[in-house]
Write a protein that binds this ligand. Sequence first.
Ligand SMILES: Cc1cc2nc3c(=O)[nH]c(=O)nc-3n(C[C@H](O)[C@H](O)[C@H](O)COP(=O)(O)O)c2cc1C
Length: 341
Amino acid sequence: MKKLFLIPLMLLATLAFAASCNEDEHITDGEGQIIPEENEAEDDMDGTKGRYLVLYCTRTGNTERMAQTIQSTLDCDMIIVEPETPYENDYNAMLDRAQAELDAIEQGNYPAITTSVESFDEYDIVFIGYPIWYSHIATPMQTFLHNHADLLAGKRIALFASSGSSGIGTSERDAATLVPDAVFEESLLLTSGTLGSMDTRIPAWLEEIGANREDNQENANESLDVNIIMANQTITATLEDNSAARDFFSRLPLEVTLEDYNNGTEKIFYPDPELNLDDTPRGCAPTAGDITIYEPWGNVAIFCRDWSESNSLIKIGHIDGNGIEALSVAGDVQVIFERQQ
Ligand SMILES: Cc1cc2nc3c(=O)[nH]c(=O)nc-3n(C[C@H](O)[C@H](O)[C@H](O)COP(=O)(O)O)c2cc1C
């Protein structure tokens, strides 16, 4: 079962924010609030709606309107990133604070925020939205990216921003520095002159980067079934329901060379970056066809024959039927892993 993992602190802050907003400022998709209600959140964060997540910060609501438009177009999850110290109402005080926080960030001191996400494994694309502050990413979002750089490694990130008139280039460079191992999609900037056309510009941008509502819903309940395509044959595999398997699945399609290891015992490759092993059970007595991770080296190892139990092995899936026979050939094998339709 898919889960959206958020720490309670963030939930409390989000709920407090929602309670303090006017009715028409709530984060809704027209069918109700996106952030789970208090009871729901306490029971179980079973709120994941598919493969896209929108994260944003906002002071005066422009970026929030962009975030809401993305969210309602894709019908996906959305989370607001909030500073621990609320924004100043006074504009000049806010300018001073922002400048001071940007200076502090340059020294490696990030202002505290109340938002945290435990895992992005479920998501193919994470949308990151922020206002431009002195050409840079607004400081709460800089802190969020800094705090989550490891979890966002390997993820597809789509930046969106609002500004008075400045461009997005400097903030793109901020993001690339804060999350160096992410894969960045084409960004979207709306200025005070173009915010009014967001209803047409945002759907066009989403189409450009290949994000759409149908894919989001299709994948909300998908099973983790995989094709492994070789030169003249395709075999199938079923992945486990754990975070490492989901992280692997989120990176598909993936073309790799499976290297032969230990005289035909395993076919291995090294995912880059390494797969996220949070919440993934350790220990496995591999049988032929098991797809595993060898934790000390971070490599994926597909076993061509049964092997001895090890606490360093983590099972992430199994090749269906007799498919492993096709992989049990001498030498290296070039394959493409892809999701089954
Ligand atoms: C501290 C601060 C710095 C800003 N710096 C810039 C800037 O460098 N260039 C610009 O075009 N707009 C700048 N703005 C304007 C905001 O980027 C713009 O109003 C944005 O749409 C606000 O988004 P929000 O409503 O989501 O907070 C700044 C605003 C603030 C509060």
